[in-house]
Design a protein around this ligand. Structure first.
Ligand SMILES: Cc1cc2nc3c(=O)[nH]c(=O)nc-3n(C[C@H](O)[C@H](O)[C@H](O)COP(=O)(O)OP(=O)(O)OC[C@H]3O[C@@H](n4cnc5c(N)ncnc54)[C@H](O)[C@@H]3O)c2cc1C
Length: 439
């Protein structure tokens, strides 16, 4: 696996990761290291627990303000084990169950006063006070948006692409907020949060006939086609993983239809990137496409917009996912981290993306014939140390690969299901076979 280092200034600061330990979702320090370790010990003292349960439980106990990443939790578990305060053993699968030892119980008793003080702090509201009646998450997010706009657009002459990306991101955020049910509810606020992480928008379904303006190889196996035409006037795509239908006449009655991502749209032009493989109506058309050719498209029928409430975004996939991954990275704002993990056939297939967001880029090289083997991406994902704070995971690849990656995030990492979206973008051995829900 090759790790790129195309990251924003915050990610390039070597001290940042360590300082992030124990911080809440907006960078406030939630616990010092000693308190965090004590809380973990206390939870294991209540009942034996797996690592992912502790992450979820800590998040619940801090009302969603703090969820340790595996990179924070597991070193703390190791330290507790080395000190003889807990004992962890494999419970049949790959996971370890940790139980408190007699020495650990004694340690808890000795530190009971510190735990009580922490509980009293939390019951007084801890770090969750409201400013001018607005929830602190909203105040922090607005401050972050203002600072990002000031930094990116007031002090410099920004590129047109950056202006378009920023405007799209702000419009998408506004649409998400307009679609929220903000009526008072008796359920806890964090429940409401969960159900509205993804907002769905419907578009009028239109078919359009477009002309190829440019066709060129972006990399040896990725062909970029730029389309244009007056029928694009009211084209709208709010989500980075929207899809359009492309229609291909094969001379066999009904046209063949395939799903593709609107990689970029603006200035009356729509860009679509085709991952080239052996054969298929879409691949064959893209291989030969030249300026002046025509293509019929339909949709997008709808867009799914992920609420911009996360500290980091994990994007994992194969070549077919790269258009969505690239678009997402370019559209993410400053102040968040885009962690990308993509499988391609070699270094010549790697892509670079400009973004105000910090980037942690990871590439896996495997032959085209192994695109349906989950192992290369799965092994790399196991090895990934994800940032602190809340993260949204997005996965798209061959259906069997995507299913294995999704399972790892949910079962091995304990990643919340509401903060994950996974799709099979194609199925090995079957034409026109996607699995968008992967259930
Ligand atoms: C929501 C969504 C968005 C997508 N966006 C894109 C995109 O932007 N760019 C992109 O390139 N793809 C994208 N895809 C994947 C693309 O739709 C499929 O790869 C599609 O099957 C390709 O059509 P085809 O006519 O070339 O091959 P098909 O006729 O569908 O398939 C022919 C044979 O090729 C195999 N095959 C299909 N795709 C691949 C592949 N990638 N690698 C190896 N073998 C393959 C099939 O299993 C079959 O055996 C997306 C899919 C979805 C569901």
């Amino acid at each position: 696996m090759r790790h790129g280092d195309k990251r924003g200034p915050a990610a390039q600061d070597p001290g940042r990761k360590e300082r992030g330990r124990g911080k809440g979702r907006h960078g406030r320090r939630a616990f010092d290291n000693g308190t965090l370790r004590l809380l973990i010990l206390q939870m294991i003292g209540e009942q034996p627990r797996h690592g992912y349960e502790i992450m979820t439980e800590l998040e619940a106990r801090t009302a969603g303000a703090y969820r340790p990443s595996p990179g924070v939790l597991y070193p703390n578990l190791s330290a507790l084990e080395e000190d003889g305060l807990i004992a962890c053993a494999a419970d049949g699968g790959r996971r370890k169950l940790c139980s408190i030892t007699p020495l650990g119980q004694q340690h808890l008793k000795l530190n009971a006063a510190a735990l009580e003080a922490r509980a009293a702090h939390d019951s007084r509201g801890g770090g969750h006070r409201f400013r001018r009646g607005a929830p602190p998450e909203i105040v922090a997010a607005m401050d972050r948006l203002k600072a990002a706009l000031r930094h990116s657009f007031l002090d410099a002459a920004p590129a047109e692409q950056a202006i378009r990306s920023a405007a799209t991101a702000i419009a998408a955020a506004a649409e998400t907020i307009e679609g929220l049910d903000t009526s008072p509810v008796s359920a806890p606020a964090e429940d409401t949060d969960m159900t509205q992480i993804i907002t769905r928008h419907r578009h009028e379904l239109r078919r359009r006939e477009l002309t190829v303006r440019e066709a060129a190889d972006l990399t040896p196996n990725m062909r970029r086609i730029v389309l244009e035409g007056p029928e694009l006037d009211d084209f709208s795509s709010l989500g980075f993983d929207d899809h359009i239908k492309l229609f291909f006449d094969t001379g066999a009655g009904k046209p063949e239809m395939r799903d593709y991502t609107p990689r970029a749209f603006g200035g009356g032009r729509l860009t679509v990137d085709f991952a080239m493989h052996e054969a298929g109506p879409a691949t064959d058309w893209a291989r030969d496409a030249a300026a002046g050719d025509t293509l019929r498209i339909g949709g997008p029928r709808g867009s799914q917009v992920i609420a911009p409430v996360f500290d980091w975004y994990l994007l994992v996939g194969d070549e077919t996912a790269l258009p969505a991954i690239g678009r997402r990275v370019e559209e993410l704002p400053a102040g968040v981290t885009a962690v990308t993990l993509a499988a391609v056939t070699g270094p010549e297939e790697e892509q670079a993306w400009d973004s105000p967001a910090a980037q942690q880029t990871h590439w896996v090289h495997r032959p085209a014939g192994a695109a349906a083997d989950p192992a290369p991406l799965l092994d790399a994902l196991w090895a990934l140390d994800l940032p602190d704070g809340k993260g949204f995971a997005w996965i798209a690849a061959e259906a069997g690969v995507a299913r294995a990656l999704k399972q790892h995030m949910l079962q091995d990492r304990g990643h919340p299901g509401e903060w994950l979206k996974a799709a099979g973008y194609w199925t090995a051995g079957q034409a026109d076979a996607s699995d968008k829900a992967l259930d």
